[in-house]
Write a new protein. Sequence first.
Lengths: 330, 338, 288
Amino acid sequence: MSAPVAEISPTKTPAPPSRERAGVAFAPPGKWGDRLFLGVTFSFSAGIILLAAGIGFSLWSNSALARKAFGFRFLIDQVWDPVAGNFGALTFLFGTLLTSFLALLIAVPLGVGAALFLSELAPRRISDLLAFLTELLAAVPSVIYGLLGIFVLVPLVRRFLEPVLGKTLGFLPFFRGPQYGIGFLAAGLVLSIMVIPFIISVSREILLSVPPLLREAALALGATRWEVATTVALPYARSGIMGAIFLALARALGETMAVTMVIGNTPILTASLFSPGYTMASVLANEFSEASGDLYLHALVEIALVLFAVTLIINAGAQLLVWGVQRKKR
Amino acid sequence: MKHIRKFLSVLAALGIAVAPLTAGDTITLNGAGATFPYPIYSKWFDLYHEKHADVEINYQSIGSGGGIKQITAKTVDFGATDGPMTNAEIFAVDGKILHIPTVLGAVVVGYNLPTLSGKLNISGTVLANIFLGKVKSWSDASLKALNPDVNLPELPIVVVHRSDGSGTTYCFSDYLSAVSGEWKSKVGTGKSLNWPVGLGGKGNEGVAGTLKQTAGGIGYVELAYAEQNKIPYMSIRNKAGKFIVPTLEGVSAAAASVNMPADFRVSIVNADGDASYPISTFTWLLVYEKTGGKRGEILHDFLLWMLDEGQKAAPVLGYAPLPASVAAKVRETAEKVR
Amino acid sequence: MSPRHIPIDLGNYHRRKTWNRVAFFLTAVCATLVLSSLFFILGYLWVNGISSVNWNFFTKLPKPVGEAGGGMANALVGSAELLALAAVFGLPVGVLAGVYLSEFGRNRFGDLVRYMTDILNGVPSIVIGIFAYALFVLPMKRFSALSGGAALGIMMIPITVRTTEEFLKLVPDSVREASYALGVPRWKTVLFIILPTAQRGILTGILLAFARVAGETAPLLFTAFGNRYWGRSLLAPVSSLPVMIYTYAVSPYEDWHRQAWAAGLVLLTWVFLLGLLARTVLRKPASA
């Protein structure tokens, strides 16, 4: 806590020069103006900390009843029974994790593949253009993915994808059961399209930042371009790409509208990807504005708290990876 | 700073463009709740706005549970529900809340069997078994027994239900509890349930939408939604043993067969009488007896208009108007609303 | 003199060459798949939406449920109102905190702020909606444009902070030193020299933040709510384009589906324009 205090009165106790802007020691005194300016910007920065803490606190305090009533059981109980007032989050946690995992399963190979194409093969100008287009893809609002999901993807999944998967891979428990179209599979597909742009653009940036010297050395040894990509570029970029995947995961976990529109909104624990399901974000979208009864409401807020905690952990993981990359570069 | 200034001026222009709309003496009342009567309510509020240009009544159909929650939290001026509030819910309210019956409706059991023509019959027990997940196929023997003349396909049954807190669910589960002991003990009656099987759709709109997209689907929606969306629905065997096609007359007959309590909280499912349609219900507006101010006066005026003029619009949209005896009683209560 | 062959395993060489081609062909397929989904989205929205993007759409209010016709004028204005409010809530915090991080934030407190900004960036939008409901809607006892704007404003903060910081840092220290040498105090230097120099970058960040929240639906469900009429006051519920798309899309009415496509097309166009604008702003060579 000493750091901010030192910053508020920089004239008295200047911060160590290495962490300070160049030449600040020579800044002419504008005492009151400087203090006011620092005070204002400082308080807005503190506002961000308050905001993030406030979100955590409000979720914590507004879920007190449910935490007290169910304790840790909340996370491993699969009953969601508003009539009897029994609440467990397991089915929602399961749905969120399953759909996000499915999304990554599709998005990671596709995304990294596309990034390799953009960084290793495509000429720079084309690569830049295509990268811009993928950024546009990232900007498509979630509700529009949901719209296309309902009217285009779900019928396709029901009519073609699920029958084919059921016929060819039906011996696996994942591809059994009635084929609704709506369900985990559709939600995973929609999510994968939504997170691919993140994976592509971050991976491409990192692959492009691989020092040319390394590539040239490998080429000089007679490696093909693909061998350069897999033996030099990818290992160099590995932790950065992992960071990108974590960010994509965080986005998939919290995604609400598109998933709500195609997942079928039914809390089920099942191995079948054809089955309808429910996620934490979509149960909030569906039930939050109408949960009557304090316990019900607190149970929903506790789901929000769990969701918040999960994304927090994933983000922290991504942070660690990104920091690792930066440190390596220095 | 040129760009920033330009940008700020664009923002300011946006603000100015929006500003005139905030002026004027128009009063907006906000309401939220049941999706079941949404078509008739939005028609009423539109008609009322035509008569009173300075009053706008904004109704959002977020489900009956939402209506009760939001009126209790006082975030809206009135709520709406198709399942009466429980004693505990009323107890939690700060102030005196009134149930004002507005119209009657029927919950129908719709289905999506593309190959089928002709009407399907069903009994309460079989319906409960389908929603319990015990009857899984359209070619099940119990369904065949009820429909000897119909060629039922070998298709799995896909149950579609509401994902939100819903008065339609309340009415439907109230009926299933009345006819099936197993349903009553395993699932029960409520606005949100722990469903044994099925897909969830948000709102009557969501269930109707999902039903239309899903071959082999069976779901419960309000009669008006089924009519508007051309969803075929079943005839249901009532308490007297007759198969009844859901009609407004069947609903009115059910309403006529029960005694109205003073607070209007009454269930009319599985009613006596040869002509009674068994999954019928009143739908209620929830208002505070004392809203106060201009809003209270508007509510008062609207309720009286609704009991008079408004009732005439009901049959067109697939709702049964209140029986005259009930309407007179409701008027006495509505007079008190301020 | 017959040439002496160096023993190269040509078979292996060819295999590697072929694999090189096949593998890169596969990556090209990946890229094509991803990009074609973009064009598919654009094309599909265009085909289904364009015929309904007409005068009525922009000028009329919605009709009662189930009746054909009407438009989304109130939702368009509502969305604009919400974005303006979001700017009022989010931009000052974002830009000023960004200034702090760049100019004073090379310390532990700065690192903490950066970390919290990243956390805020990762909070699911639906959770922000719940937060805004607890913070504004419940105490004020009303759904309102204000609470919706606040929720979106919170979501704008992280992007604005980080881009502002990045672009301020790009301003060379020599500019600052030159200013100090002329006797300009630090606050004046930052406000009148550094910020204007970096304004293009900051504006880009702001536009990107707008693009991010313009299509947000989840945080508005419990805050701005919805309104069949104009939102006449900042304290009244207000309709917005994304929420309209959601409610219309899950409804069973053909006519509402038609309008949902139109609204989707308009929303997407708007978001893409913001993105393109952000890019051109950044690209233009500095003239000032």
